[in-house]
Design a binder for this molecule. Structure first.
Ligand SMILES: NC(=O)c1ccc[n+]([C@@H]2O[C@H](COP(=O)([O-])OP(=O)(O)OC[C@H]3O[C@@H](n4cnc5c(N)ncnc54)[C@H](OP(=O)(O)O)[C@@H]3O)[C@@H](O)[C@H]2O)c1
Length: 358
């Protein structure tokens, strides 16, 4: 049987968000709904499944929730999400370590900063056709919820056509971490032939940074555990040093004057500074109030601040199509398995991104 949207849509809005499984929760909705039957659309048209949480805490706070269908406003598009990655920022937000940024939001909180899917609704003035396969940078701490949902609304400038020949699971790993890596290369601002070090090289950001750095003609010294040496070599590193607290000493052994730039994707801060040459560049992906000294310039990269940089997203997508950026996926998860993904990411050791599929 088909029903018209007005009845169900209003009911969902009146009842607010529903948690899943919601068999009993649906009974009063369904009863009231039957009273207002009007043929037109399916019940399923009015709910959007999402991975959400109502309070901060461990992975167990995650649940599948039903949200009211979001709509694209002027200059925005809505994406039918097929795949969305799980990133460190998601586990931090869930654990309550981004409370300040989330103070204005109302639960259920839905995180997720990158997605792949098809455009299924276009707001006024947004230059996109319905049905286009796209990838998007998503900002979950803004007016719309995050990417871990069947549908997400984003400004049109945060969207580009998906890489040709790439499925949504792999494509979803490109926008946020790819843009971050591209911003890192901009922040390094080194000429071809210069040497940069990359820590956390086996991770998502580190791996993409190596690939873009090599494409920019840089020499790369990367860290790796013994078991990751082959992986980091395949990513393109010229030299590999043991990872850990002593990484700066190992880098100095290869570059006695220090490296011109260092990308601290392992978030070791002061530990990596001795590897950098006087007057060199330290690129940070997490805040660090420390002072490196010796004229070393500290540059913070924050991908959310570059959200309007569609040019960068296009460049990153093109790099993926050219085979420069190579997506790595460790495992996919259903929305119900999101807590498992959060646990795996937090435990460390995962090589390749964890992706929720919808
Ligand atoms: N500023 C931004 O805009 C932005 C954007 C994206 C990401 N980030 C941040 O960038 C960082 C990296 O993100 P990611 O997605 O690449 O994470 P990831 O995939 O987990 O990679 C991090 C890598 O660093 C390694 N690592 C962790 N602690 C280490 C240590 N003490 N010594 C040596 N290696 C260590 C990890 O190894 P194990 O897996 O073995 O622990 C892993 O290989 C995160 O802090 C994330 O929040 C910032």
């Amino acid at each position: 049987m088909r029903f018209r949207r007005s009845g169900a849509g209003q009911l969902i809005r009146r009842f607010g968000v529903r948690r899943r499984p919601a068999f009993f929760g649906r009974v009063p909705i369904a009863a009231a709904f039957i009273l207002t039957l009007r043929p037109s659309r399916d019940w399923d048209d009015f709910r959007v499944r999402a991975v959400g949480f109502f309070e901060f805490g461990g992975p167990e706070v995650l649940q599948v929730v039903d949200l009211p269908e979001p709509h694209a406003g002027p200059g925005e598009v809505r994406i039918r999400v097929r795949a969305a990655t799980v990133n460190p920022i998601d586990t931090l937000a869930r654990a309550g370590k981004r409370r300040d940024a989330m103070a204005e939001l109302s639960p259920p909180y839905v995180v997720g900063m990158e997605a792949a899917g098809e455009i299924d609704e276009v707001g006024a003035g947004a230059p996109w056709p319905v049905g286009e396969h796209v990838i998007a940078l998503v900002l979950p701490f803004g007016p719309h919820k995050g990417a871990h949902a069947e549908q997400v609304v984003v400004p049109a400038a945060q969207v580009v056509r998906a890489p040709a020949g790439m499925g949504p699971v792999e494509a979803a790993t490109i926008p946020m971490n790819g843009m971050t890596a591209a911003l890192v290369i901009e922040a390094l601002d080194l000429p071809p032939g210069a040497t940069t070090a990359v820590t956390g090289a086996a991770g998502a950001v580190g791996g993409y940074v190596i690939q873009l750095a090599k494409a920019a003609g840089l020499q790369v010294i990367a860290d790796a555990s013994e078991k990751d040496r082959g992986l980091v070599r395949d990513l393109g590193a010229d030299e590999i040093v043991p990872r850990g607290a002593d990484v700066a000493r190992h880098i100095r052994a290869l570059a006695p004057d220090g490296v011109a730039g260092l990308v601290d994707a392992s978030v070791q801060h002061a530990q990596v500074v001795p590897a950098i040459a006087d007057g060199g560049v330290l690129v940070l992906v997490r805040d660090w109030a420390g002072e490196p000294g010796r004229g070393i310039r500290k540059r913070h990269v924050l991908v959310s601040q570059a959200a309007g940089r569609q040019d960068l997203l296009v460049a990153v997508r093109d790099r993926a199509e050219q085979g420069v950026l190579v997506p790595r996926v460790a495992r996919t998860f259903s929305p119900e398995e999101a807590a498992v993904a959060h646990r795996m990411l937090k435990a460390g050791g995962t090589r390749g991104r964890l992706v929720i599929t919808f």
